[in-house]
Design a protein around this ligand. Structure first.
Ligand code: ADE
Length: 245
């Protein structure tokens, strides 16, 4: 196996991320492209995708079963997951399970995860996973929002993407982090590029003025206004300036 499926980076300092899923193909394409792919190739991240089925026993390599007590859907069985964790985890591993009933993924949690040395993410499916897996193997249960996806792989990809941006060197321009929507609890300001006029819509005059002080002031005002209008709850949230690792 090449690319994302095998060991990708040789740097000891790279953050290690293992993903355990029944749908490795869903994640590989995502992880090989764009900023994440570049970070992997640069040795900043060591990401491996594993097929949970590889740890399932028997001719049919069954990974799920009907829930005790009845009900719809199937539940991921504990045995293959325990076997995979035994093989993939070490003393510095943080077991992560993306689930709609987990702790909400917000910036402070993202930053905390970015300080970890090794994340082992279990992607759920069907009606969920046997509770004994969650009790014994999982350190962080994380929800990416109040809706239910059909597959935890997508949620795992969101977690990894959000975390990766906080690893030094992953973003080409470090400063783009400080202009993020959530950094400092404010939304971003409107951005424009050439042409200065398009289909009758003009770029705000101030941005063409070359007056950097005035531009900064305009951007600050825009951020505050947009935050008030779109996310008034953000200003009430606790501040995000906890120490980075
Ligand atoms: N799996 C299914 N839905 C999810 C959600 N909202 N967050 C995290 N994992 C999930």
């Amino acid at each position: 196996m090449g690319g994302i499926g095998s060991r990708v980076s040789g740097f000891l300092s790279a953050m290690k991320i293992d993903l355990l899923t029944l749908f490795p193909g869903m994640l590989r394409g995502f992880l090989e492209e764009s900023i994440l792919g570049r970070a992997v190739r640069a040795g900043l991240l060591d990401i491996r995708v594993h097929n949970l089925r590889d740890w399932a026993e028997g001719r049919h390599q069954v990974t799920d079963d009907r829930p005790f007590g009845g009900g719809a859907g199937m539940v991921l069985k504990p045995e293959p997951i325990f076997a995979a964790f035994e093989e993939l985890s070490g003393p510095e591993t943080t077991g992560v399970y993306p689930a709609p009933d987990g702790e909400p993924l917000r910036l402070p949690l993202v930053k905390e995860l970015a300080c970890e040395k090794h994340l082992l993410l279990l992607c759920g499916h069907y009606e969920g996973v046997d509770q004994r897996v969650r009790d014994r193997l999982i350190d962080r249960e994380i929800s990416i929002g109040d809706y239910v996806l059909t597959n935890g792989a997508l949620a795992a990809a969101v977690v990894i993407d959000a975390v990766a941006r906080h690893i030094p060197g992953v973003l080409g321009e470090e400063k783009s982090l400080t202009q993020d929507s959530y950094e400092g609890n404010v939304l971003s300001f409107p951005q424009y590029t050439r042409p200065a006029e398009f289909k009758g819509m003009k770029v705000p005059e101030i941005l063409l003025s070359g007056n950097h002080g005035e531009i900064e002031r305009w951007r600050r005002e825009m951020r505050e206004r947009r935050t008030r209008e779109i996310r008034p709850d953000l200003e009430k949230e606790s501040n995000n300036d906890e120490p980075d690792c």
